[in-house]
Write a protein that binds this ligand. Structure first.
Ligand SMILES: NC(=O)c1ccc[n+]([C@@H]2O[C@H](COP(=O)([O-])OP(=O)(O)OC[C@H]3O[C@@H](n4cnc5c(N)ncnc54)[C@H](O)[C@@H]3O)[C@@H](O)[C@H]2O)c1
Length: 419
């Protein structure tokens, strides 16, 4: 059996891609190494916030199946690899999943197949890492016997306005024909395609997009640290600066930067730049600033509690929103973890409220979850707003009995202190 698409890696990127392809009428299968992901999808359960169970049911009705069996990749006219690109214990790029997935695809590769890498990685990954694995494992040549392309994913979890169809997609190929095949494939369910010169330009474009965010978030955080020391209201500064209709893109300070992309991708770029002998100084400065932010939040909290006459070691502190961004369930690299740890280390009793996150573990120990927000606010000495999930009613938060440390600049009132 031949299908239009096999997606390898059914996570935050792969599952929405499979859903979009199914919805556009492409026959689609998926492969994942996680037994729980495969079993859950088979039972109609989504593990990704942006994909509803009902949509998985629609996919299954359209013929979608997820399997643990890698030989399924041999059935795809197009195979898209969406596996994680994380960091090793020492903070270096870890391409183990990309290598493993490529080896498995190579074993089952058929002539004429289009293989696309969507995982974010440093420039050169498609040509220097994936291509040799596919060629060695299959005995075939990219650009001649099969096609190889790179197209970075731009998915923005929780974004209701921009999805796969209406977000322009950068596409590249190892040869012009590879790129043409990739354009024909994505053109079936993406409105606007942007073809880059080669795969390295597409890989670099993705890293630039996320590094741009990383560096600018670091800049506003450093400005926030300066404003805190000099008694300037940083939120008013940002409000004023953002009224400029040209030449200024607003970013906001907070407890740090989280998620699987922005902090990780900048490490990929930094590592590649160091390996090439052209270290990017902006990146290390940004990393330095951002690593201070959770500690700054803990210190602000301790200062505030001291002003209220409550030593931090006796205080009950409630964290509001422990996901890495508003309205998502993802806690990867969330700055809430070092904030919780810092407060615990100072002896505070830390609890959290987050409707999206059923369990939150820090340093191997569970943080107590509270269900009823009004009761939790009544019980706490201090609440810290870390993520402004849409469900948080600022009027309710500002009227609470406890003090509020607002790291998002959203609340105001007598008992509110902004970061
Ligand atoms: N999450 C985002 O918002 C986002 C946005 C743009 C780009 N990306 C990039 O996309 C890639 C995937 O990220 P994600 O967030 O979807 O990750 P994820 O962890 O949500 O999902 C990855 C899936 O791949 C599976 N997997 C791991 N190794 C595998 C293998 N060898 N073969 C088959 N399946 C395997 C895992 O079990 C998991 O289900 C990363 O490179 C990431 O940087 C992510």
């Amino acid at each position: 059996m031949v299908v239009d698409l096999v997606v390898v890696g059914l996570g935050y990127v792969g599952l929405p891609l499979a859903r979009q392809a199914c919805a556009a009428g492409l026959s689609t299968l998926g492969h994942d190494v996680s037994a729980s992901v495969v079993a859950g999808l088979g039972a109609g359960r989504s593990h990704v916030g942006d994909v509803r169970d009902a949509e998985v049911a629609d996919m299954l009705s359209a013929g979608f199946r997820a399997t643990f069996d890698p030989s399924v990749t041999g059935h795809g006219e197009t195979v898209v690899i969406c596996v994680p690109t994380g960091l090793s214990a020492d903070g270096a790029p870890d391409l183990a999943a990309v290598r493993a997935a490529s080896r498995r695809v190579a074993t089952h590769l058929r002539p004429g197949t289009l293989v696309i890498l969507e995982s974010t990685s440093y420039p050169g990954t498609t040509e220097e890492v994936v291509r040799p694995i596919l060629e060695r494992g299959s005995g075939m040549r990219a650009g001649e016997d099969f096609h190889l392309a790179y197209s970075p994913e731009r998915i923005d979890p929780g974004n209701g306005r921009f999805g796969i169809r209406n977000t322009p997609k950068v596409v590249s190929g190892c040869t012009p024909l590879c790129a043409k095949r990739a354009v024909a494939f994505y053109g079936r369910f993406v409105d606007t395609l942007v073809v880059s010169r080669g795969t390295r330009e597409a890989e670099m474009a993705k890293l630039l997009e996320n590094t741009y965010r990383y560096v600018n978030i670091a800049l506003v955080n450093e400005v926030a640290l300066f404003c805190d020391k000099t008694d300037i209201d940083v939120w008013d500064v940002l409000h004023c600066a953002a009224t400029k209709p040209f030449g200024f893109a607003p970013f906001v300070p907070g407890a740090g930067v989280g998620g699987h992309c922005v902090p990780v991708d900048s490490r990929y770029l930094a590592a590649k730049a160091e390996a090439e002998g052209v270290p990017l100084r902006m990146l290390s400065a940004a990393q330095d600033v951002l690593s201070q932010m959770p500690r700054h939040v803990v210190e602000r909290a301790a200062r505030l509690l001291a002003e209220l006459g409550k030593p931090v070691c006796e205080a009950k502190v409630l964290l509001l929103g422990v996901a890495y961004k508003p309205d998502v369930a993802d806690t990867r690299e969330s700055p809430a973890a070092p904030v919780a740890k810092g407060l615990r280390d100072k002896g505070a009793k830390v609890t959290y409220h987050d409707p999206y996150v059923p369990e939150f573990t820090v340093g191997g120990a569970l943080v107590e979850r509270v269900e009823c927000l009004p009761e939790a606010l009544a019980d706490a000495d201090l609440a810290i707003l870390l993520q402004d999930h849409a469900c948080y009613d600022m009027t309710m938060l500002t009227r609470a009995r406890c003090a509020l440390l607002d790291t998002r600049g959203k609340a105001s009132g007598a008992r509110v202190t902004r970061l």
